[in-house]
Ligand binder design. Structure first.
Ligand SMILES: O=C(O)CCC(=O)C(=O)O
Ligand SMILES: [Fe+2]
Length: 514
């Protein structure tokens, strides 16, 4: 649509420029020449009329676009958090800001000279790709198909509105450009299924070319050729289809003779996906001895204020404390940490980098920053009976749509002769206490794939486990990950406690006397 208006405007702008440059000839010395000027003015007025008309069309077009975008924005503003924490609407928002607004900006700059004013940095195409990758991750872990998502359904929830042909195409296209062909296919098929002659924004030929490309990438050459042929039937001179037809036909021959190369190996995290979905059930005999109880005997604090404790695993030791941080304390923590958030890194102090294995934001809070931060440190000490002199600052983390942290260990494995966490200088991370500062609508569990344990976030709870064996060696069974957030915004706060000072303190929590 933008294109067609641009095509009309451009020659006119050039014509207008040419008209003015003709007026420089000498006219005054001849009546006949002067008569030409009347003709010139007549044609100038006609051009001006044409120019105004096209500008009116342009304004009309921009007004329509503005109204459409405003309508979409209004939808988003009705339920802000729900809108940005739903993978589909989050994708559409990022995509609108990057693709559609950029198109409009170019269009506006073309002639009128007005520029879009904005003080906030616009998201970039990186953001759109990030959301597209998150979408593929969510589909993978939670087994979601494009058709259901496009109908506004996520698992058992009905969310948002139904997607249109062009939106499905846009998602498929972005997934295809990030190499997620498997999921791109579903979205492009949905786009074609929804396509009608009235569908704005994308032509049937574009969708079918997209399908042909993705199918060829997946080794489905026969169906790819089918789509290419369909495109050529509709548009015999379609360049993309003409170019791809021959290579696809060659691949069909190759496949007949040699078969397909084996697909690249996929990372396998055992029960990780099923634990994330809450589908995995541990054998009854492993669960039988786990209890929910009040913890009231280990420390003086617990005698006065017993805590609700849920045992998740005895060996390795993993428990969840419930209702250990109040909503008021959480509000304070979130308020001070929000301005400090930045993209989470992976790696040790020697080499830290941004990674797709950990997509969240975090910020560090020191005890000196606020009484509540100090109080949380003390509470962590009271809960665990470990010395807080060897604890790191509180790390507050926020995961957006599709945000996750693939299975990892919290302890470090230093090179021979080097110490773990040299910047902390207090030994390895003996234990982790992680507070859940929010509920999560769907997804976002903390799971331990080696031992089949999954904990779903509950605002106010905290999970506690030892990363090291009692003899100080690392416990590999503590491998754990943060499942992608499907709907919602997940907030956590980590307190990592190191070895030094714990020599006489590490209790056997299941048996205080032992
Ligand atoms: O967010 C979670 O559930 C786990 C986070 C985690 O493992 C970490 O930050 O080290
Ligand atoms: Fe961790």
């Amino acid at each position: 649509m933008v294109d067609s208006v641009v095509k009309k405007l451009l020659p006119l702008a050039i014509g207008w420029w040419l008209c003015f440059h003709h007026v420089t000839a000498e006219y005054y010395s001849s009546v006949e020449q002067m008569r030409q000027l009347l003709k010139l003015e007549d044609s100038l007025i006609a051009s001006l009329g044409h120019y105004i008309k096209l500008h009116e069309q342009k304004i009309e077009f921009l007004t329509r676009q503005r109204d459409l975008l405003a309508k979409e924005l209004k939808e988003g503003q009705k339920h802000e958090i729900a809108y940005v924490s739903n993978p589909v609407s989050a994708f559409l928002l990022a995509n609108r800001l990057v693709t559609e607004w950029e198109r409009l900006r170019v269009f506006m700059d073309l002639d009128v000279g007005a520029k879009l004013q904005n003080n906030t940095a616009m998201p970039t195409s990186e953001d759109v790709l990030g959301v597209a990758e998150a979408m593929a991750r969510l589909q993978d872990i939670y087994q979601l198909d494009a058709r259901q998502m496009a109908s506004g359904k996520l698992l058992d929830r009905k969310l948002g509105r139904q997607l249109k042909t062009a939106e499905c195409y846009e998602i498929g296209n972005k997934l295809s450009s990030t190499g997620n062909h498997r999921y791109a296919l579903g979205w492009l098929r949905e786009s074609l299924r929804l396509w009608t002659t009235e569908s704005p924004g994308v032509s049937k030929v574009e969708v079918m070319n997209g399908l042909s490309y993705v199918l060829a990438q997946l080794g489905e050459y026969e169906e790819a050729l089918d789509f290419t042929n369909k495109v050529l039937k509709l548009q015999p001179d379609n360049q993309l289809a003409l170019k791809s037809k021959e290579p696809i036909a060659k691949w069909i021959e190759y496949k007949k003779q040699h078969g397909l190369p084996p697909p690249p190996p996929q990372a396998n995290y055992g029960h990780y996906p099923s634990l994330c979905r809450g589908d995995y059930q541990r054998p009854a005999k492993e669960m039988a001895h786990l209890r929910c109880r009040y913890e009231h005997s280990r420390t003086p604090f617990l005698r006065i204020a017993p805590l609700k404790l849920e045992e998740m695993s005895h060996d390795p030791f993993i428990v969840v404390y419930h209702e250990v941080i109040s909503t008021k304390e959480i509000d304070t923590i979130l308020q001070i940490s929000k301005p400090l958030l930045h993209r989470s890194m992976v790696g040790d102090s020697q080499k830290k980098e941004v990674s797709k294995t950990r997509t969240s934001n975090n910020g560090w809070l020191d005890d000196g920053m606020h009484a509540v931060v100090r109080r949380i440190s003390m509470r962590t000490g009271d809960m665990t009976d470990l010395a807080m002199s060897a604890a790191e600052q509180l790390q507050v983390g926020n995961y957006g749509v599709g945000g996750h942290y693939l299975p990892h260990h919290d302890y470090a494995v230093p090179e021979e002769g080097k110490q773990a966490y040299p910047d902390v200088g207090k030994g390895n991370r003996i234990a982790t206490v992680m507070y859940y500062l929010s509920d999560v609508d769907i997804g976002g569990a903390t799971v331990f794939p080696e031992i089949g344990v999954g904990v779903f976030p509950r605002k106010g709870s905290a999970i506690f486990w030892y990363n090291l064996h009692a003899n100080g060696t690392t416990d590999r069974r503590t491998l754990h990950g943060a499942c992608p957030v499907l709907v919602g915004s997940k907030w956590v706060a980590n307190k990592w406690i190191h070895e030094h000072g714990q020599e006489f303190r590490r209790p056997c929590p299941l048996n205080p006397e032992g």
